[in-house]
Design a protein around this ligand. Structure first.
Ligand code: MLT
Length: 261
């Protein structure tokens, strides 16, 4: 699987994996704001943006292996791997399956636990609706209002409009595949103690999808992690508060580079 990837800048490679149901377009402010310090690679996950869906069974492990194949194609041995929400689930799968390739990890607005039974069932019924309807209206109705926080809703109409546009352009079959992949993801909590790479955990103070407790317990279970709360942001910290997000990643990258010298 060749993932369509925007690849800008030079320096320490930083791979950023997008949230559901968006695409690499969500990382615009990171490509612009982090390019002077990092080589920023933002792939479209299978079926999203410019990447084909392929025939693989839905799983976050397949998505993580796509990222490893991307690093191979680019000739990159090790990188900082970061992801937001679904991208975070894939980052955790990458850390489990390709630990030797992780220089550091960024886990934004995500959690290590698996879905409860009810959440898993809800994902399957959303996947079935996406497949039957052939459009993403179920995502616009149910998910979009929770993706950004109240501050963005009230003060950043352009940001909300942009997120809405990204959700609207999501291919329904890719969204269904990703829902099934997330429903099947294993609990990564037990594996966290093995993750040695420095990790930055970011969490929007107004996140309505992942709780602060979930972010905090993930950070506490990691041997080498720091949690930074992002004020005035809901679930999509990188889009809602790009400057704060970029500052935290820049500082994390600088500290990491110092330890590698
Ligand atoms: C995301 O933002 O990637 C999704 O909301 C994650 C999820 O559905 O668990």
């Amino acid at each position: 699987m060749q993932l369509y990837t925007r690849d800008v800048g030079s320096g320490t490679p930083l791979v950023l994996l997008h949230a559901f149901p968006l695409s690499s377009a969500m990382w615009l402010a990171q490509r612009e704001g982090l390019v002077s310090r990092f080589r920023v690679l933002t792939p479209d996950m299978r079926g999203f943006g410019g990447s084909p869906l392929g025939a693989e069974e839905p799983s976050v492990d397949a998505m993580a292996d796509d990222v490893a194949a991307l690093l191979d194609t680019k000739g990159i041995d090790r990188a900082i791997i970061g992801g937001l929400s679904m991208g975070g689930y894939v980052t955790l799968a990458f850390c489990r399956r390709h630990a030797d390739r992780v220089l550091g990890a960024v886990l934004a607005d995500t959690k290590a636990t698996e879905d409860a039974a009810a959440a898993r069932e809800a994902r399957i019924s959303i996947a079935e609706r996406l497949e039957a309807d052939g459009n993403v209206s179920v995502l616009l109705d149910d998910l979009l209002p929770r993706l950004v926080g109240p501050t963005t809703m009230q003060q950043r109409a352009l940001v909300y409009g942009r997120v809405r546009g990204l959700v609207q352009s999501t291919p329904p079959l890719a969204a269904a595949w990703a829902q099934r992949a997330m429903a099947a993801r294993p609990d990564s909590t037990g594996a966290l103690a093995e993750f040695r790479a420095p990790t930055l955990v970011l969490h929007g103070a107004e996140d309505a999808i992942i709780t602060e407790d979930e972010a905090r317990s993930m950070a506490e279970a990691l041997p080498n992690a720091e949690l930074i709360m992002i004020p005035g942001s809901g679930h999509l910290t990188a889009v809602e508060q790009p400057q704060l997000f970029n500052d935290a990643v820049t500082e994390f990258g600088a500290a990491l580079t110092r330890t590698l010298r």
